[in-house]
Design a protein around this ligand. Structure first.
Ligand code: ATP
Length: 263
């Protein structure tokens, strides 16, 4: 089934028509008391897509990521990943299946160097695949490859990195586990314009190797990078499509973009 078949003329996706793609959310709902933070969200992401989730504060973006990563359980609905229903799988099992989440706030070992942080990420990966494994000969090579890729100073402690570089390191560590799906939660929040360019370049490079779901408030970045975009408002999908479709959608302009034009 194609995206055209799944997307109705109003831009929304009908859950009943969704076939299994790489990642499929079907009528996913998360209620906190009387508030539906995520409200009947259906979404289908093919392998290799860079798909952004945008919307105003409180729209439900982070809650949606928590449902996909498994740190929250949905009130109703289903999550399918690589053809399997993973709705009841816990966060650890989902990580083992290749879902990796990168948080807004970098979670690093502050007193360890960039190189040591990467080494620990690789060790954690090797040991989760096989608890009896000792760190293999390939590790030094893998560390050097990652340092090259991230273009970060290897001997600086994480706490002394610029904010944007901390985010790059966090992204680097999250891909040491060799995931298939990367969930990037506001990778440019709080970073300077220059650092932001660096992070955009890194994401642009990562998209060749991973399927990426991106939460981001920087609309220019979203329009530049995304294959497709889902717009959430009060927990519901109000539009879905490529950058052009989203920009032309009057409801999106009203609810989120506020007359923003992409010049
Ligand atoms: N654990 C929780 N308990 C109760 N309400 C929650 C909880 N987590 C989120 N909410 C509420 O759910 C709604 C969606 O929040 P969420 O953080 O997912 O939005 P968001 O789109 O990520 O917002 P932002 O852009 O500000 O990060 C908000 O009204 C929020 O207050």
């Amino acid at each position: 089934m194609t995206d055209q078949q799944a997307t109705r003329t109003d831009g929304k996706v009908s859950a009943s028509t969704l076939d299994d793609e790489f990642l499929t959310l079907a009528d996913l709902t998360k209620e906190f008391g009387s508030l539906a933070a995520v409200d009947s969200v259906s979404l289908s992401v093919p392998e290799g897509e860079l798909h952004s989730i945008i919307g105003p504060n409180g729209a439900g973006k982070t809650t949606l990521f928590s449902l996909i990563a498994g740190s929250l359980s949905p009130t109703s609905g289903e999550i399918r990943y690589r053809g399997q229903n993973i709705t009841d799988r816990d966060e650890y099992q989902r990580a083992q299946r290749g879902i990796s989440r990168v948080f807004q706030i970098a979670q690093l070992f502050p007193n360890l160097t960039v190189r040591e942080n990467i080494r620990l990420g690789l060790q954690a990966r090797d040991q989760s695949m096989n608890p009896f494994v000792t760190v293999g000969d390939g590790t030094d090579e893998a560390i050097e490859r990652m340092l090259d890729r991230l273009n970060l100073p290897p001997e600086i402690t994480a706490e002394n990195l610029a904010h944007g570089d901390k985010k790059k390191l966090e992204m680097g560590i999250s891909i040491t586990s060799d995931p298939d799906l990367l969930l990037l939660d506001e990778p440019t929040s709080g970073v300077s314009a220059g650092e932001s360019e660096d992070i955009i370049d890194l994401i642009d490079e990562l998209r060749d190797d991973f399927t990426i779901l991106l939460i981001e408030h920087d609309v220019d970045m979203v329009l530049k990078l995304s294959d497709r975009i889902t717009v959430l408002h009060q927990g519901r999908v109000i539009s879905q499509g490529d950058a052009e479709t989203i920009m032309a959608d009057e409801e999106v302009q009203r609810a989120y973009l506020g007359g923003y034009k992409n010049d």
